[in-house]
Design a protein around this ligand. Structure first.
Ligand SMILES: *Cc1c(COP(=O)(O)O)cnc(C)c1O
Length: 386
């Protein structure tokens, strides 16, 4: 059996994979088992922030592997402490809890909102509000948070205490608050899996003042939008939001599993001894990788992310077969006249890997993708969409 056959026989059938086996890569170019090269515009779904097998990232990882690859959270390790310091200094948040994925980062955020509200407003104040069409993860609790019913079918009962409202309609949220005690509201600045849809700015302002006035914990899920993806370190900084809790994962450690839940001054002491934990959380190799990634997401890099974003919008908006381009920074959704799946397949044939999100073609290239590769890939997308 070849690798594809072995995988299909033994790996749980949860993923609809492309008939493509990736064996190696460098930066924004990956190679399949037949030796064909592709320009990678997916980055493992916004994970490999600086591409595949990046030299600086590799050095940070291998150096730490040679020192200590894992230590229990019963002891202190330098990468974990320093990473938390960097995250706090660059966001103004006060404390960080480390985990291993986006779903776990959100679970922690939800626990913070629930405990804060239970202590301050009573045990019946537990409801977490999310937005319709959102995506927050695959665990039973983060599925409950995910405002898309088709994910919920056949997995009932999910964790209770979650309600979703329409994005952009502040009246719905206010009406809900009249009858339900709300502990927290969780939002994505740009709905990623939902089709790369940025939140309306006016709604963001109304939401922000409403949660403040009601002492509702505002959680921003930056699992996909964070770590430079949207042209600022975190997307909420671009929107001028002041969240109480920020969760992130995907691109944080550049290709190793790491989640982080950042807590503002208001909630920094909500979690105490024994309230939460994770065996692998804050793993020194993942933390060393994340430090190397964050240290490279400086003003110059963020400026380049924005310039590349502007270039993509300009090149694709109004092009033949393209109806609209949405997103922020290097998180881009393209509505094509042809079905998105067809365009992605045609791109793959021509050596470009793109993703989809709902009915859109989705691009999440490495933050440092070289301009000449990006130009080449954009031409191929235009050809495929025309
Ligand atoms: C991917 C994603 C998650 C889930 O992350 P996992 O690491 O797969 O658990 C949660 N929220 C958002 C916004 C995401 O894009």
């Amino acid at each position: 059996m070849n690798i594809i056959e072995i995988d299909q026989k033994y790996v749980a059938g949860t993923y609809k994979r492309f008939p493509l086996e990736i064996v190696s890569g460098k930066g924004s170019v990956v190679k399949d088992s037949a030796g064909k090269e592709y320009i990678d515009l997916g980055s493992g779904i916004a994970v490999t922030s600086f591409g595949i097998a990046d030299d600086e990232w590799q050095k940070a990882v291998t150096e730490q592997i040679g020192k200590v690859q894992h230590m229990s959270n019963l002891y202190y390790t330098e990468p974990c402490a320093k990473l938390a310091q960097i995250l706090c200094e660059r966001t103004g948040m006060k404390k960080v809890f480390f985990s291993n994925s986006g779903a776990e980062a959100n679970e922690c955020a939800i626990k913070v909102a629930r405990k804060y509200s239970a202590e301050k407003k009573g045990a019946d104040c537990y409801t977490i509000v999310t937005l319709k069409n959102s995506f927050h993860g695959r665990t039973l609790t983060t599925l409950a948070a995910t405002g898309q019913d088709h994910f919920h079918e056949l997995f009932q009962p999910l964790t209770p205490g979650f309600v979703s409202v329409d994005a952009g309609d502040i009246g719905q949220l206010k009406k809900l608050a009249e009858t339900t005690k709300i502990a927290g509201i969780m939002i994505e600045c740009v709905q990623g899996e939902g089709g790369v849809i940025p939140l309306d700015m006016e709604y963001v302002k109304e939401l922000s003042s409403f949660v403040k006035e009601q002492d509702i914990i505002l959680i921003v899920d930056e699992v996909q939008t964070g770590n430079g993806r949207c042209g600022t370190l975190y997307a909420y900084q671009k929107l001028g939001l002041k969240p109480d809790v920020v969760s992130t994962a995907k691109g944080l450690a550049g290709g190793l599993p790491m989640g982080a839940t950042m807590m503002s001054e208001k909630v920094e002491n909500v979690l105490g001894f024994g309230d939460h934990g994770s065996t692998f959380g804050g793993n020194p190799v993942c933390a060393a990788a994340a430090i190397s990634i964050l240290n490279r997401i400086d003003d110059q890099l963020l400026k380049e992310v924005q310039e590349k974003s502007d270039y993509i919008f300009k090149a694709l908006e109004g092009a033949k077969g393209i109806e609209s381009v949405t997103g922020l920074g290097l998180m881009i959704g393209i509505k094509t006249e042809k079905p998105a799946g067809e365009v992605v397949a045609a791109c793959m044939e021509k050596g470009v890997l793109c993703l989809t999100a709902k009915d859109k073609v989705r691009l999440l290239p490495a933050l440092n993708i070289p301009m000449e590769l990006l130009e080449k890939a954009v031409e191929i997308i235009k050809e495929a969409a025309a």
